[in-house]
Write a protein that binds this ligand. Structure first.
Ligand code: ZN
Length: 217
């Protein structure tokens, strides 16, 4: 099937000008005279729908148009049976629905993993720092394990719940919540100087949280 560039009429029934024609022995014919009048045009663009429409159609035809600048025929779409197109659309919709359901399942699984990870992280904080309040441990773990945040909890070491990663997360929390670190930064104190000034408070807090159980016992 050709989309003609010039005004062409059907050599058999004289209908025209034709949007689409088929050349039979050099003479243009309209869709009806070529016995293709029952087909519908599906423009190119949706590869899966095009492929399936042709699979579902007993009769189909590629539609081309001549590109003068490139001096070649270019594919514009296909003519397919309407029922075949409908079945193809259903298959594509079913695929889209299946993909949507899988995305939902994946999101639910990631959420469960995040919860399990945060619980394990909090448990490790409480093991290393028995004096750290439980709700504080949960907050630190939740903050550190936010998916995709790039914080320590999602790093390889954090996933392995290494002592270094867990301690880093706790130190960061103490620095921001139990010392004037953030105010120092806001008032223009350089980061290293601010850390030096609060180092003693951080150290004391961590020592207290580490020693809690032995202190009780
Ligand atoms: Zn005709």
């Amino acid at each position: 099937m050709i989309q003609p560039l010039k005004r062409r009429h059907c050599a058999e029934c004289q209908a025209g000008p034709l949007q689409m024609l088929v050349l039979e022995e050099g003479a243009p014919r309209c869709l009806d005279c070529a016995d293709l009048g029952h087909l519908v045009f599906l423009p190119r663009g949706d590869t899966a729908l095009t492929r399936r429409s042709r699979e579902e159609s007993a009769l189909s035809a590629v539609v081309v148009r001549f590109n003068r600048r490139r001096s070649r025929y270019e594919r514009q779409g296909v003519l397919v049976e309407e029922a075949g197109l409908a079945r193809a659309e259903e298959r594509c919709l079913a695929d889209a629905e299946a993909r949507r359901r899988r995305r939902v399942r994946d999101a639910q699984r990631r959420a469960r993993e995040d919860v399990r990870f945060a619980e394990a992280f909090a448990g490790e904080i409480r093991r290393l720092f028995p004096g750290c309040p439980a709700d504080r441990a949960r907050d630190v773990a939740a903050h550190a394990s936010v998916r995709g945040s790039g914080r320590v909890g999602r790093s390889a070491a954090g996933r392995a719940l290494s002592e270094g990663a867990v301690t880093s997360a706790v130190v960061a929390s103490v620095r921001h919540l139990d010392t004037p670190y953030d105010q120092l930064l806001m008032s223009g104190v350089p980061r290293h100087e601010a850390r030096r000034r609060i180092a003693a408070v951080v150290e004391t807090t961590l020592r207290g949280w580490r020693a809690e159980v032995s202190g009780v016992g």
